[in-house]
Design a protein around this ligand. Structure first.
Ligand code: PAF
Length: 286
């Protein structure tokens, strides 16, 4: 695996690959790689000739009171894992390489329709930071295909919309959620869950499953279901952030007759904020 810290050098390497008619898949990450990231890389390998992974802990998408400084940085272990599964290129720039004019002066990319709800409501400016850095990374790597985990459902929907609105010629692919044995969605932030909290930390997943089952059974009082799910999370000892039954495409609150539904939730543990979601196509259910 070749490691690049500078835009010019990864561009030259990718230019050479393109001259050889190779297709390029891209997996952007913030590092601290676990099985879910590696699954995205393997999916990328099955789709294109060359796979690029980026590791960049993007300060622009963290709020002032968030965990940017505590976010785990494990570059050595990460590169070892990527090498082990045959990743081709790792791009790990520093902040000056990505934001040479400083972050205050940085041109921003905003997707107004979906950025201020759900996670965007609790994390003002978060998605603006994500779409800005992902646009830059897309311009640097110019991938044919980019893969994002569906655990960050809202992020994926926003990036899809951004690529469509800005005519960015990249195919966006969703990677499955990878779960621990008890259903907890894998996340770099799971390392912040305390030993006492861990046995109950799958409550978000359990509540999502409970609501999904109710919707499948025909329950349409979505507000009541959302309220009960938040109560379950409270009783398990966590603080719910949001729990919402949405239209899968628009992320607006689901209507009674919506057929594509996504249930999204976020909850706080003592030191982490966890998110998860589940989708269902009701017309596929007999
Ligand atoms: O999902 C992430 O890890 C980040 O939001 C991303 C897409 C790498 C942008 O910094």
């Amino acid at each position: 695996m070749q490691i690049f810290h500078h835009i010019n050098s990864i561009r030259s390497a990718l230019e050479a690959a393109r001259i050889d008619n190779k297709t390029v898949a891209f997996v952007p990450t913030m590092g601290n790689l676990h099985a879910a990231h590696l699954a995205l890389v393997k999916q990328a390998q099955s789709l294109c000739d060359v796979v690029v992974v980026s590791i960049f802990v993007n300060r622009l998408q963290f709020g002032l009171n968030e965990d940017w400084d505590k976010y785990p940085r494990t570059l050595e272990e990460d590169s070892h894992k990527l090498r082990g599964i045959g990743c081709d290129f790792l791009f790990c720039p520093d902040e000056h390489e990505i934001y040479p004019n400083g972050m205050d002066e940085q041109t921003r990319v905003i997707v107004p329709s979906m950025a201020n709800v759900l996670c965007g409501a609790s994390r003002p400016g978060h998605f603006e930071g994500v779409t800005t850095v992902v646009t830059k990374l897309f311009n640097i790597v110019q991938p044919d295909t980019a893969i994002f985990g569906i655990k960050d459902y809202q992020q994926l929907a926003i990036i899809r919309r951004m690529a469509e609105d800005l005519c960015i010629p990249v195919k966006i692919i969703a990677g499955d959620i990878i779960r621990e044995a008890d259903g907890l969605a894998m996340s770099s932030r799971n390392g912040f869950i305390s030993a006492q909290e861990r046995p109950h930390a799958n409550q978000l997943n359990r509540s999502l499953q409970w609501v999904l089952q109710k919707v499948v059974e025909g329950e349409r009082d979505f507000l009541r279901l959302e309220h009960e799910a938040k109560e379950q999370i409270n009783v398990a000892g966590f603080k719910p952030d949001y729990f919402t039954i949405c239209n899968s495409k628009t992320l607006e609150p689901a209507a009674d007759d919506d057929l594509n539904i996504t249930i999204l939730g976020a909850m706080y543990t003592q030191r982490a904020r966890l998110i998860d979601n589940m989708s269902i196509e009701l017309d596929c259910i007999k």
